[in-house]
Design a protein around this ligand. Structure first.
Ligand SMILES: O=P(O)(O)O[C@H]1O[C@H](CO)[C@@H](O)[C@H]1O
Ligand SMILES: O=c1cc[nH]c(=O)[nH]1
Length: 351
């Protein structure tokens, strides 16, 4: 847990935060870098329709290891049923998955054993609010080493529709790799860092023999808008020419950007700030160098949207298998691969 306190100087606090970055607490629980929360009688997670006073969050969510987020309620409900099959999770007879956040009328949330599947809506503000509450949920529930994964769609730059992209770095519309926000009237920047080991793990799970599509990695540009923000010519307004658009997209491509979407910068910045490992896996719906309109038929797009889910499922199954193997060795006492790694490192040091 961070030792930041209201009396600390800015310099001390920055040092404290830098040291605490990218780390879970030693027991794997999530650090909360907000000293005010502990002082509150209860914490109402308003947009999730949950609260630390009204719900036993540890009982309900303590076992969560994977938090999967995607734009639409429908995709995340489908993913919940898909991952249920994939990990062999059985619902009690005669029951079905419930949308835990249904009464927020904002986001949908499904829990399948150690997996949470949550819709985040469109854009930085929507996922940003959700992330505050989900990170606090992880903290209240004392979840150990949770990994956050965004399962999305995007526009490709120089890649064809149906290609799966694992983001290695998120940049904004000005190609800056930090998330800019205004706090108390001041502009602050949070580094938008993603876990590079996770990137490699996801790429290694792509299987050219089995997958009739490419899985690639590169920079993802995250914008505040779908139309002008992404240099489209087909919005309600457009004050630039096609040549201007192509020059911008080419500049992005030359910088290493291979896709564009609308959440990855705040997703990577806030998870990094919370010390939570995170990954972004999206499918391209079109190649923006060829046009702006999303024209693939519905059935084709539905099949494409399954592709990141397949990769994420392989990852989750592999992680769960690791945890299962470790627990066999350690009598069920180790609940996450990371804890296992620490135990492994410690025992190696003593050899
Ligand atoms: O498919 P999702 O997850 O919604 O993501 C992409 O699609 C939306 C735009 O159509 C944006 O939210 C963008 O990031
Ligand atoms: O072009 C696209 C397609 C999906 N999502 C985006 O943000 N942009």
């Amino acid at each position: 847990m961070t030792t930041w306190s209201p009396g600390m100087s800015d310099e001390e606090a920055a040092k404290e935060r830098a040291e605490a970055d990218d780390e879970y607490n030693f027991d794997g629980t999530v650090q909360l870098k907000n000293p005010h929360i502990e002082l509150m009688d209860q914490d109402i997670l308003y947009h999730l329709a949950l609260g630390s006073g009204s719900h036993d969050l540890q009982e309900m969510f303590g076992e969560i290891k994977f938090v999967c987020l995607g734009g639409t309620p429908n995709r995340m409900k489908e993913f919940a049923y898909y991952i249920m099959d994939e990990i062999g999770y059985k619902l009690p007879a005669g029951t079905q998955l419930q949308d835990i956040s249904a009464f927020s009328y904002r986001y949908s949330m499904y829990k399948v054993g150690p997996v949470l599947s949550i819709s985040h809506g469109m854009g930085i503000s929507s996922i940003g609010i959700l992330l505050h509450e989900v990170i606090k949920l992880m903290y209240h529930a004392k979840c150990k080493d949770p990994i956050f994964i965004r399962i999305g769609t995007c526009g490709g730059i120089g890649i064809e529709g149906g290609t799966v992209v694992v983001t290695n770095e998120s940049v904004d519309g000005q190609l800056r790799s930090s998330y800019e926000m205004t706090v108390l009237g001041k502009t602050i920047y949070r580094p938008a860092k993603l876990d590079q080991k996770l990137v490699r793990e996801f790429l290694a799970l792509a299987d050219p023999a089995q997958d009739p599509y490419e899985t690639v990695t590169g920079k993802t540009m995250c914008t505040y808008d779908f139309y002008e923000g992404q240099g489209r010519l087909d919005g309600a307004f457009c004050d630039y020419t096609e040549a201007d658009k192509m020059e911008y997209l080419q500049r992005c491509k030359d910088f290493g950007v291979i896709n564009i979407e609308m959440e990855s910068i705040v997703f990577s910045a806030l998870t990094h700030h919370a010390g939570i490992k995170a990954a972004v896996v999206c499918v391209a719906l079109l190649n923006r160098l060829n046009g702006d309109q999303v024209m693939a038929p519905k059935e084709v797009m539905n099949e494409w949207q399954k592709r990141p889910q397949i990769l994420v499922s392989r990852f989750i199954r592999r992680q769960l298998a690791k945890i299962g193997r470790l627990n066999k060795v350690h009598g069920g006492s180790i609940k996450s691969p990371r804890r296992f790694k620490l135990v492994q490192q410690e025992s190696e040091a003593h050899e």
